[in-house]
Design a protein around this ligand. Structure first.
Ligand code: ADP
Length: 735
């Protein structure tokens, strides 16, 4: 995931905005100035026009009035006419004009004349006043009929000054009118210029607006592009954040332990699985190196090799036995890898660990089972031959003991032979069990009872300084299994514990307790010397022993393992040097059922019936024959099954019982039995064999099977019962 490189150019929009702003400012200022100017100009035009209308025009009219009242047809004219013609009409006219004249002067004065105008007005007014002053004299002259010449001389008024003043007033008025017109013209001219400027400004404004519009368009486009880019970047960033959060979730919730350290090995991160598996919290381990996990299994050289690899940038893979916070250990299939930064330099180390403790246990179990199977096949073959030999030895010893004088040396030697042969037989049985050649006779077994038996048996044999403890629980704890096998399991564990404690003092404790999943846990614990890690690894292997040659066979725990597995159970061992050992066996519980009781062993039963005996091994056949003869029976013994079959065919009714081996090279026991039954369907048959057959499929009643090595006691009982047609069931060999 990558973020698009930022192409943000903040200067361009800023520049455009500045330009637009400047243009707007200039335009507004220009507009303002123009507006103010135009306003002032119109004010000026208005003022000068009003000045013209109000003052100049009014004054013009008044001056015109003054000229009318003063000049031809005016006061001077009428006064002169009155003087010359003495017509009263002129007098009245004169008086009226004087009155109008004064009124005009007053109106002029109302218009606020200039000092020059005022001087001219005063001059004119003075002339009029003089004419008015002459009026009574003129009237008197008329009444007295003065000659016009006399009257004229008497009342003559010099009005040249007034006329000059009037001319001056007119001149002043024209001058004022000229100035006013010029002012208006100037204002109008300025107004025109202003209109031009206005037009230009308007043009500039339009241009500016266009430019501003263009700039705004540019700005808009830029902003849009920027927005699109920012949106894209935002999406990228969101996607990146989402991806990161997804990755973080995976790392955090991964079923693998994940540790992240800096290059000096100090922990920077540990995921939830790490906490759950090791029991250490992140706060406790932050900043530490993972050395607290080391169990000591890996050597210092091993660690330097790992460091060297990582330093070369290589990945290391391997398996560690690590310690939890509580001191227990777990196996972790570990991968340590250097994490590189963008520059290719190592930034961190990551350690990924898979908890393979269970898988390893299971694998060990499978490996062990396979080894057991291989060795078992071998042992089975050997055991078979041994059985035949031991059967002969035991039978011969038994027969010899019958003839040996009681208490004699011979009897003693024979007893020794018997003891040795039985010990060998017990070893063979273990071999056979281990080889699974001896099938289990499963039934409901009360575990507590078996343990009590073993404790009673062992109690007598163990050294006095060793205490064997067992408190039978209230619950019966019934399991489905072979009582002999369970016996053997407990026995082997107790014997190992006893041998481990040795001559010193110690305690062996057996407990029974409920376990999860409807199981019972049988534990045998001792406070002996315990075991090394190495011994623990090989413990269940056949023929593994730490005991001196001749002392241990190395089969005890292999047998235990096989038997437990056969019962659908599981065995676990925990031990440390100096801290004793503890074996825990979990077995599935079953409903309670009656437990078979031991058959009592009475005197050897005898008989006189005729027995057809077949065994391909001459010694075995010989031993059985001698035994049978001793027990009173009549015997025809064969080592070749076909010969025996021929003999039987000749006289089927002659035999009361056929005793035959199962595994024979020429004709198997099963084939022989089938042929015999063809001849005589009800002939009783007893198989004596080292291997219990899986299924016996022959016509007629299923024959009993007696397993080798055969001891005379069981042999005698089986013969008797087979003859009597009784069904025999034994679950334990007790002799
Ligand atoms: P054997 O007893 O013939 O040696 P096992 O298979 O019974 O064979 O035992 C194998 C080895 O396991 C023993 O040699 C011994 O080193 C070790 N072992 C078994 N049980 C114990 C125990 N309770 N304490 C110490 N070591 C034991």
């Amino acid at each position: 995931m990558s973020v698009r490189p930022s192409r943000l150019r903040p200067s361009r929009p800023n520049w455009i905005a500045a330009q637009a702003l400047a243009l707007i400012c200039i335009t507004v200022t220009l507009g303002l100035i123009l507006g103010l100017q135009t306003r002032a100009q119109f004010g000026e035009i208005d003022l000068s026009q009003r000045a013209y209308a109000e003052e100049t025009a009014a004054k013009g009219a008044l001056i015109s009035d003054l000229r009318d009242t003063l000049g031809y047809g005016g006061v001077i004219h009428n006064f002169k006419n009155f003087v010359l013609r003495q017509d009263v009409v002129y007098l009245l006219e004169t008086e009226e004009q004087i009155a109008r004249f004064r009124e005009t002067i007053d109106r002029y004065l109302d218009l606020v004349p200039t000092p020059q105008e005022r001087a001219a007005l005063d001059e004119i007014a003075a002339a009029i006043t003089t004419y008015e002053g002459m009026l009574p004299l003129a009237i008197a002259a008329a009444e007295q009929d003065w000659s016009p010449a006399r009257t004229d001389a008497a009342v003559r008024v010099d009005d040249a000054g007034a006329l000059a003043a009037l001319a001056e007033l007119e001149r002043l008025w024209r001058a004022a009118r000229g100035a006013n017109t010029e002012r208006v013209a100037k204002a109008v001219e300025q107004g025109r210029t202003l209109i031009w400027v206005g037009f230009l400004a308007l043009g500039a404004l339009v241009l500016a607006a266009l430019i501003i519009g263009y700039l705004l368009r540019l700005l808009h486009r830029d902003l849009r592009q920027t927005l699109v880019r920012l949106n894209g970047e935002l999406d990228d960033r969101r996607a990146l954040e989402q991806a990161q959060s997804r990755l973080a979730t995976i790392v955090e919730q991964a079923p693998t332990t994940i540790l992240l350290t800096d290059t000096s090995g100090r922990i920077e991160y540990a995921n939830a699985k790490f906490e759950a598996l090791t029991g250490w919290s992140r706060a406790e381990i932050a900043g530490q190196t993972p050395a607290f996990l080391q169990s000591g299994d890996t050597s210092a050289a091993g660690y330097s090799e790992i460091r060297a690899r990582l330093a070369r940038g290589e990945i290391w893979r391997g398996v560690f036995r690590n310690l939890r916070k509580d001191g227990s250990s777990y196996w972790a299939e570990t991968t340590i890898l250097p994490l590189l930064g963008p520059d290719g330099a190592v930034r961190n180390f990551a350690g990924l660990g898979e908890d393979i403790t269970e898988a390893r246990k299971a694998r060990d179990q499978v490996v062990r089972a396979q080894k057991l199977e291989a060795v078992g096949q071998l042992a089975g073959g050997v055991a078979h031959d041994f059985n035949n030999i031991l059967t002969t030895v035991i039978a011969s010893a038994y027969l010899a003991s019958l003839d040996a004088p009681e208490g004699s040396d011979i009897a003693h030697e024979i007893a020794q032979i018997d003891v040795a042969a039985r010990r060998a037989q017990s070893l063979v049985r273990e071999l056979l069990t281990f080889a699974r050649r001896e099938p289990a006779r499963r039934q409901a077994v009360v575990l507590a009872e078996i343990v009590t038996e073993v404790v009673a048996l062992m109690g007598a044999a163990i050294p006095p300084l060793i205490e064997l403890r067992f408190d039978p629980p209230e619950r019966r704890f019934t399991v489905l299994g072979d009582a002999t096998h369970i016996h053997q399991i407990v026995m082997n564990l107790c014997r190992n514990a006893t041998e481990a404690i040795g001559a010193g003092s110690g305690v062996i404790e057996i407990t029974l307790a409920a376990a999860p999943d409807d199981q019972v846990r049988l534990s045998v614990r001792d406070d002996g010397p315990g075991m090394s890690q190495d011994t623990l690894c090989h413990l269940f292997e056949p023929f593994f022993t730490t005991k001196a040659v001749g002392k241990g066979s190395g089969l005890g725990l292999s047998v235990v393992f096989t038997l437990v597995e056969e019962m659908g159970g599981r065995i676990d061992v925990s031990s440390e040097i100096g801290a004793g050992a503890r074996f825990d066996i979990d077995l599935p519980l079953t409903g309670d059922a009656a437990v078979g009781a031991d058959a009592a062993e009475p005197e050897l039963p005898r008989g006189s019936e005729r027995v057809l005996l077949i065994d391909d091994e001459a010694e075995v056949a010989g031993s059985f024959r001698r035994l049978l003869l001793r027990l009173g029976y009549r015997v025809d013994a064969y080592t070749a099954p076909r010969q025996a079959l021929d003999r039987f065919r000749r006289d089927p009714a002659a035999y009361d019982l056929v005793v035959t081996d199962l595994v024979m090279p020429d004709l198997s026991g099963l084939e022989l039995a089938a042929s015999l039954r063809e001849v005589r369907a009800d002939v009783p048959i007893l198989f004596v064999t080292a291997f219990r057959p899986g299924e016996i499929a022959i016509p007629g009643p299923v024959p009993e099977t007696l397993e080798k090595p055969v001891n005379p006691n069981r042999f005698a009982h089986h013969i008797r019962k087979a003859l009597d047609g009784e069904h025999i069931s034994t679950h334990r060999e007790n002799w």
